[in-house]
Design a protein around this ligand. Structure first.
Ligand code: RP5
Length: 192
């Protein structure tokens, strides 16, 4: 099972917009946490929980946090600027609407940022997709599909990245892919 950090959005006080100027210190994740799953709002969890469960399935230690680009910009900068030093190797960032979280996050670090466009009610995620995918050249965000599929694939891609130097994780990834193949082959007849 992937480990998740005990720290969360509640663990840091906020200093943006004239509110508390208490420390935003992000703190150390539990040893071994490799992937940071962040999202712009708790309302994104319905989508981003699929990244969480997929990383669990793949045995990739990770943490999950709400980090809002426009409601908690200081916290976003703190999180992204310190991620690499905290041992995070990949950030998965989910956001909806004017989804600037992945791009802003990418602007503050050089580790890979994978963007998940959350399906918005008004534009069914097309706004999120275009906001995330259309980064100007120089600051990349690897953009996945809208919604659940994107969250799952972001987790698989993150596992692929961190497993390049970790044979045990690479083997779990292979087993995950094998299981998918076996399931389709076992259930080839759609009438059954
Ligand atoms: C974005 O605005 C979030 O990523 C979310 O998808 C969207 C709506 O947020 P809430 O108003 O539901 O908090 O920042």
């Amino acid at each position: 099972m992937g480990k998740k950090a005990a720290t969360g959005p509640g663990s840091a006080s906020r200093s943006e917009s004239g509110s508390s100027s208490d420390s935003l210190a992000v703190g150390s994740p539990p040893v071994g946490v490799l992937v940071g799953v962040i999202m712009g709002s708790r309302s994104d969890w319905e989508t981003m929980q699929h990244a969480d469960t997929t990383l669990d399935e793949l045995g990739v230690a990770h943490e999950c946090m709400v980090v809002s680009a426009h409601r908690t910009p200081d916290w976003l900068f703190e999180y992204a600027a310190n991620a690499e030093a905290r041992g995070i190797e990949v950030i998965i960032a989910g956001a909806g609407g004017a989804a600037h979280l992945p791009g802003m996050c990418a602007s503050k670090c050089v580790i890979p940022v994978l963007g998940v466009p959350v399906e918005s009610k008004s534009l069914r995620g097309m706004d999120s997709l275009l906001s995330i995918v259309q980064m100007p050249g120089g600051v990349p965000v690897g953009t996945l599909a809208i919604g659940k599929a994107g969250a799952i694939n972001a987790a698989i891609l993150a596992a692929s990245i961190v497993s390049s130097s970790r044979p045990e994780l690479r083997e779990k990834l292979r087993a995950f892919r094998r299981a998918q193949t076996d399931k389709v082959l076992r259930e080839r007849d759609p009438r059954k």
